[in-house]
Design a protein around this ligand. Structure first.
Ligand code: GCU
Length: 136
């Protein structure tokens, strides 16, 4: 099995901006969520087959306050903590498991507090249906 990366900076962004002023991101930057409830990043994820896959969000939170987000997969949501990482240049990962459909899927990460989301680098989708890609 392998994985596919979806960069936040090329996803659909509602109430957020693409930035690159904090090192350690992959791709060309990251999304700085507006400090607003309901701000979100939405990824269009393609799966080769129906089945469980790991969804790993890579993020930084340079505050000491959690930035919880509701992560929905094809409209079914669950909330995850995105705690402080110690610095805006320190990136950690949160992983959840979800069953994806063969073909197109929508994964949206929405801030549940007025602080907005953390800075979001990417979504990595890994599972048996994926094609191996080079590491980054
Ligand atoms: C700082 C930081 C941003 C971050 C923001 C926030 O401005 O430089 O990258 O997104 O704080 O608190 O959301």
């Amino acid at each position: 099995s392998g994985y596919t990366d979806y960069q936040a900076e090329t996803a659909t962004i509602a109430q957020g901006v693409v930035e690159s002023n904090h090192a350690g991101y992959t791709g060309s930057g990251f999304v700085n969520y507006d400090n607003a409830l309901g701000s979100y990043v939405e990824f269009q994820v393609s799966a080769a087959a129906t089945g469980p896959q790991s969804l790993t969000l890579r993020f930084a939170n340079g505050t000491t306050i959690d930035r919880p987000m509701s992560v929905s997969v094809n409209g079914t949501a669950s909330t995850r903590s995105f705690p402080g990482t110690g610095a805006w240049t320190t990136w950690n990962e949160v992983t959840l498991t979800a069953t994806l459909n063969a073909g197109a899927n929508t994964v949206r990460a929405t801030a549940t507090t007025a602080n907005g989301g953390p800075n979001l680098d990417r979504l990595r989708v890994s599972g048996p249906g994926d094609t191996q890609k080079p590491t980054a």
